[in-house]
Design a protein around this ligand. Structure first.
Ligand SMILES: [Zn+2]
Length: 84
């Protein structure tokens, strides 16, 4: 599946409130982490140059693309997978 056209910002925006944090690299958004509840260390890059949309939380260190996000969000064992 081509994840290049998925609007990651819109998908994650349904779960947590994101604010634009920077305009570099296609824009960077920040907000509370939907997974660990950390208040400000969750980042989303919906259109990074030369890459696919991705997210990363500096607190729980969960990261990935749009597919990963939906899988992780809907999988109750996600935290166990991240704690390594
Ligand atoms: Zn987190």
């Amino acid at each position: 599946m081509d994840t290049g056209h998925i609007n990651l910002l819109e998908i994650i925006g349904r779960d947590t409130k994101l604010k634009k944090a920077a305009s570099t690299n296609g824009g960077e958004w920040a907000g509370p982490c939907p997974f660990c509840g950390g208040r400000d260390r969750f980042r989303v890059w919906p259109q990074p140059a030369g890459g696919k949309p991705r997210f990363w939380c500096r607190q729980c260190e969960c990261s990935g693309d749009a597919i990963d996000y939906v899988m992780h969000r809907d999988n109750v064992s996600f935290h166990a997978a991240c704690e390594n």
